[in-house]
Design a protein around this ligand. Structure first.
Ligand code: NAP
Length: 454
């Protein structure tokens, strides 16, 4: 019997944890190929975790070890669904794990959302993280006030990055053009708007305290937003973490203003109603959630909705549009009520966009357990990694393997040295591929030679 081969679609933490768990399992004697559409691995760890959270990013070291093993391969710069279909992958592997995450934005569905200056937080995050597909135009930072909608951890990341000082930014790996744009922008006040009360804030205490300690900005909370009503008390009494956040907000509200150059204001109980402006954003109307007759206008040229992400359908994989996830039973993908043989799901594509990196480890254990149980009962098919490699080669896909990724890392280290920093990210696909030793980017998606017509 030939050893089984498993494909993972997506190299974010959920996918790489699956590869790690499988490769470390004594019962698994096969190989794992991890497909990634970008030339760089690690998904949101590289392109979502805020650049000033280097401690969280240090998980990259242990994720990298997974690819140091011979039987786990990285196939970067391969777009599943364009360069190779899910059906083709399923033909070549005994099990396929969908781990493509939640690459879309939830929308607010409000009038004026299409105005220039209303930009999903993800675009801003992608830009400062040096994502090759980022489409953020930093000229929108020439406004005095920015408004972040939502009070989750992404909202706080975004607010913090808007007020970091140039020195703080230079301690990170963000590209130089990002440091320059963030150091020189005109935003003086960042309002972070929650539709419910502070008892329902989704951000965590650690992130709140971090925001309260940035060098260049005051964090301002209106004590009037923190009145302890019986309803609020009832919510807090069953949720110790929320109570700790609430207590921290009370302390912050009492602090005298330090009159720093910038400020972040947390506003609660405000439901966004409408974005206003002629072509570009000039303001937002907000109504008190508890009293919709109280409407206020905030003048602003930049609104960053940070209201959550959504997974995307992938051809050949069932998708539940209502939940924005891949339907599954015990991590096995479902088509209606029927399990699709050999197809599994993990991470945000499975659970929706919630939880921290560690949550994906548990999720990956469940998915890997399902894969291992099924592999134990179905004999592995005789497939060869060379089959997939030659298919990709025939389509002109320039695969970034682990060695080539290491060359990119070396180039980013060298770029850091030039500017007196530890590492600076390469932010264009061309630069990433050039560092990988691929001078001409030719993916099947570009050349149109890839897929048979469906
Ligand atoms: P999130 O935690 O789900 O927060 C989304 C926010 O958007 C909530 O405040 C939500 O309010 C609000 N919202 C949703 N729909 C809205 C609407 N129509 N109008 C107004 N507000 C709306 O999502 P996230 O911030 O994107 O984070 C995703 C996950 O990644 C979370 O688990 C987060 O903890 C994690 N993460 C962690 C870190 C970190 O550890 N440092 C950093 C970033 C992200 P309601 O509660 O009222 O729905």
């Amino acid at each position: 019997m030939s050893p089984p081969r498993v494909a993972v679609v997506g190299s974010g933490p959920a996918g790489v944890f699956c590869a790690q768990i499988l490769a470390e399992d004594p019962a698994f004697d096969g190989g794992v190929d991890v497909f990634e559409r970008l030339p760089a691995p690690f998904g949101l760890v590289r392109y979502g975790v805020a650049p000033d959270h280097q401690k969280i990013k240090s998980i990259i070291a242990s994720l990298s070890e997974v690819f140091e093993q011979e039987r786990v391969r990285f196939l970067g710069n391969v777009t599943v669904g364009a360069d190779i279909t899910v059906e083709e992958i399923r033909r070549h592997y005994d099990a396929v794990i969908i781990a493509h995450g939640a690459p879309l934005d939830r929308r607010l569905g409000l009038p004026g959302e299409e105005l220039g200056g209303v930009i999903a937080a993800r675009n801003f995050v992608s830009w400062y993280s040096g994502h090759p597909d980022a489409s953020f135009d930093p000229s929108v930072l020439s406004t005095e006030r920015a408004v972040v909608i939502g009070v989750g951890n992404v909202a706080l990341d975004v607010a913090r990055m808007l007020v970091r000082t140039p020195d703080e930014l230079r301690r990170t790996d963000v590209p130089e053009h990002v440091v320059d744009a963030l150091a020189g922008h005109s935003v003086r006040e960042v309002c972070v708007v929650g539709r419910r009360g502070p008892e329902a804030a989704r951000f965590t205490l650690k992130e709140l305290l971090e925001l309260s300690n940035v060098e260049g900005a005051d964090l301002v909370v209106d004590p009037a937003d923190l009145r302890l009503t019986p309803e609020r008390e009832a919510v807090l009494s069953g949720r110790p973490a929320a109570r700790r956040v609430f207590a921290a907000l009370e302390k912050i509200a009492e602090r005298p203003a330090a009159h720093r150059a910038r400020s972040v204001r947390l506003l609660f109980d405000r439901t966004p109603l409408e974005f206003t402006g002629q072509g570009t954003l000039s303001g937002i109307s907000l109504a008190r959630t508890s009293d919709p007759t109280r409407v206020e206008q905030l003048a602003t040229g930049l609104a960053l909705p940070a209201v959550g992400y959504r997974s995307a359908p992938l051809a050949g994989v069932p998708f539940d549009d209502a939940t924005g996830t891949v339907p599954h039973r015990d991590s096995r993908v479902l088509d209606g009520d029927v399990t699709v043989p050999g197809l599994y799901v993990v991470g945000w594509a499975k659970r929706g966009p919630s939880g921290v990196i560690g949550t994906n480890r548990l999720c990956a254990s469940e998915t890997s357990a399902a894969v291992l149980a099924d592999l134990a009962s179905v004999p592995a098919r005789s497939t060869d990694s060379e089959d997939v490699d030659s298919l990709l080669r025939s389509r002109g896909v320039a695969v970034v393997d682990w060695k080539r990724w290491q060359a990119i890392e070396t180039a980013e280290g060298a770029l850091g040295l030039e500017t007196g920093r530890n590492r600076v990210k390469l932010h264009s696909r061309t630069a990433l591929l050039a560092a990988a030793g691929i001078t001409q980017e030719r993916t099947a998606a570009d050349t149109g030679t890839a897929l048979p017509a469906s």
